[in-house]
Design a protein around this ligand. Structure first.
Ligand SMILES: Cc1cc2nc3c(=O)[nH]c(=O)nc-3n(C[C@H](O)[C@H](O)[C@H](O)COP(=O)(O)O)c2cc1C
Length: 194
């Protein structure tokens, strides 16, 4: 998506949210895959996750995951987290700081499960928890036929509330950078030197 270079902080924030919303539904968007960092044993722990939704009114983005995965233990110990996104087409990087919580049984989560493809549902049907030790190169997908809807009890939305958002746009004429604090209803932004 070619973007005119925006000059106002409000305009940039608007474009950032539009891009997040688009990336959540379009796998060809650079921001579709996020590097998601939690804290485990006082150390950063990173993994790739697919961005599934964005709601600018709540300053929230979300992902889908298995309730049994260790990242859920991470966030119950320390909900603070960071997320990194980069889109090579627009050359826009987004660094997010905030906190995670999970939502396993709202209407939105139910709707997300219903929209999940049968092949993606199979990832939630394995008998073992994700990241548990396997005796060999296991896919952790059940061999026997299971109900196509099995796995719902393992499925959750993982919701990230953004407290701080930092944007960096690379440009041959000079990079541009800005950050916003998105807390308590305020959207306080400031330019930064790149
Ligand atoms: C391209 C890609 C997309 C992925 N998307 C997800 C995802 O949306 N949700 C998820 O839980 N894991 C996803 N994974 C797997 C995670 O990176 C990670 O290996 C797994 O969630 C276990 O993480 P944990 O042990 O920290 O809980 C993805 C991996 C790749 C390579």
């Amino acid at each position: 998506m070619p973007l005119e270079f925006p000059v106002s902080l409000n305009e940039i924030l608007e474009l950032v949210w539009k891009k997040l919303e688009k990336a959540a539904t379009n796998r060809h968007e650079g921001w579709h895959l996020a590097s998601v960092g939690t804290i485990r044993d006082h150390c950063p722990e990173l993994r790739t996750m697919v961005l599934r939704g964005a709601d600018r009114n709540k300053n929230a983005i979300w992902f889908h995951t298995d309730l049994r995965s260790p990242k859920l233990t991470d966030i119950s110990t320390n909900p603070s987290a960071a997320i990194l996104l980069y889109d090579p087409k627009s050359k826009w990087q987004l660094r997010l700081k905030g906190s995670f919580h999970f939502d396993s049984d709202s209407n939105l989560t139910e709707a997300a499960w219903k929209k999940t493809s049968p092949s993606a549902k199979r990832c939630y049907q394995g008998p073992s928890a994700p990241s548990s030790v396997a005796s060999g190169p296991s896919s952790n997908i059940p061999d026997d036929k299971v109900s196509p809807d099995a796995g719902r009890n393992h499925f959750t939305r993982l919701i990230f509330l953004i407290h701080q958002l930092e944007w960096l746009a690379l440009d041959s004429d000079g990079h541009r950078r800005a950050s916003w604090r998105l807390v308590e209803g305020s959207q306080e932004g400031t330019w930064l030197n790149p």
